[in-house]
Design a binder for this molecule. Sequence first.
Ligand code: RP5
Length: 276
Amino acid sequence: MGIYNTLLSEYQLHKKSRTTKHSSYPERFLVPDNMISWGTAFPEYAPEVYNAPIVLDKNTSWADPRDILKINRKLTSFEGEIALSEIGLPLNPFGRTGIAGRGVLGKWGANFAVDGLITTVHPGNNRLMVLTIVREDTGETALPGGMADPDESINETRDRELAEELSFTSSDLSKAVFEKVITRGYSDDPRNTDNAWIETSVILSHLPYDAISKMILKAGDDAKGFSWTDVTPDHVRNFYASHGLTLLKAIKELLHSRSVQLDESMHRYLMSISVE
Ligand code: RP5
């Protein structure tokens, strides 16, 4: 199986949400691939309930009340209508995760994030490069991004996160030759639980190398480092959450947009790693 299909299948089975976890979480109850669906009877399923103290703290402005009945917003998801458990809690649209409660996520149901996927082509070696951060919490390579604040547009969240994590100014993006929201939906994140999960909107911006070579970037906030990363199968495989799959989707968009100037061999190479 090629890398695209491998990552797609792992995403559909939300492998990271079932087999990896935030450092504060208890062990996840083992959920075999054939038991993921809420529609499949799994009478032995007994996940631990975990809610981080900060999420339960009444003074945490970004967290919902403990009692879901006290929420005064509609639970929404890019993945469709949210099913509820017998006790009225939102159920993860990708199925069981092995942990109940909200974990470290503030919101019941979907917790909305935005990621900025910024690419360029190096004129020297004609390689496609993507701007990545090193996450402070896991040390993994990731796309820059973060949780949306209330009433923010997705561009506002993206710009704020790029400024906080990389000292990026939104005028840096004004030279983009291609910009598009390439995906909106479930993120296979280690913090996901049965009742709270992350959904992200990803904005792809392709910039000429001239524009990126003038930028002065500096890692900050949740990012302890950054780099312009070459797109190789090894890098793509090791991205945080489902960011590797997102990057392969972005490459497809770029190859079809004609905005990216690549030589034939690089074009063929990128086609080969992003095909289904
Ligand atoms: C990922 O978590 C999303 O794709 C986004 O990159 C990130 C949001 O969480 P924080 O970076 O704010 O922790 O699932």
